[in-house]
Design a protein around this ligand. Structure first.
Ligand SMILES: [Zn+2]
Length: 218
């Protein structure tokens, strides 16, 4: 274990909780940061709080409600474009630059708390059209953050090239399998653990889990 400090970008979901286990295994001191932008379910924030508390991790919740000032505008503009005959087709959850903002604030926090390492659970394998979750973006931002604050941050993306089954495997190897399965929130309908079972997030999570359990049983 490195005697260094790390900030984990943490939502209380499967991916970022696995990253939290990863960081706890690797660094002496770990701080979690959650962004509150009035998520569809405040259950997300409560879930993140409970996990951080149980794992005895210092937890910062930053108010990012300003994102909601930007999102409706973008939607309004999309509406106008649709009228003009341009069918955008962006996912309704897409907020341009969201991860850029989150990672930048994580960098500011890391600077304040004296952490060299920043961990994020972004993943290019199930890349869903978010350009600021790509590996090349993270590498670029790492350089930019270091230049902007005269720091030597290292951004880690332990899940970047893993599929969902491999993410479950990582949690298992870190002795966090049951914890992640029972205590994290991925579901769009705000239901913890295995969730509602019906929404796209639950289906993706379950598919990965079943795939991994098959491998594990062999
Ligand atoms: Zn669900």
């Amino acid at each position: 274990m490195k005697k260094e400090k790390a900030v984990v970008v943490f939502s209380g979901g499967q991916d970022s909780t696995t990253c939290l286990f990863w960081a706890l295994n690797k660094f002496e001191e770990v701080v979690a940061v959650t962004f509150d932008y009035n998520q569809r379910h405040s259950a997300e924030i409560e879930c993140a709080k409970a996990i951080a508390s149980e794992l005895e991790v210092e937890h910062h919740i930053l108010d990012m409600s300003l994102l909601n000032q930007l999102a409706p505008n973008a939607l309004t503009r999309t509406d106008i474009e649709v009228k003009d005959g341009e069918d955008g087709g962006l996912p309704s959850t897409f907020v341009p630059g969201r991860n850029l903002l989150f990672m930048s604030f994580a960098g500011v926090l890391a600077s304040q708390v004296g952490a060299k390492h920043i961990i994020t659970g972004v993943c290019e394998t199930d890349f869903s059209g978010y350009p600021d979750c790509r590996d090349v973006f993270v590498k670029s931002l790492n350089v930019t953050l270091n230049l902007s604050m005269d720091e030597q941050f290292v951004i880690h993306t332990p899940l970047m090239w893993l599929n969902k089954a491999e993410t479950w495997q990582m949690a298992d190897e870190l002795k966090g399998f049951d914890f992640v399965r029972e205590k994290t929130l991925t579901c769009y309908n705000g239901m913890i653990a295995d969730g509602c079972g019906e929404c796209p997030a639950c289906k993706l999570r379950r598919q990965g889990l079943e795939e991994y359990l098959e491998v594990r049983a062999v």
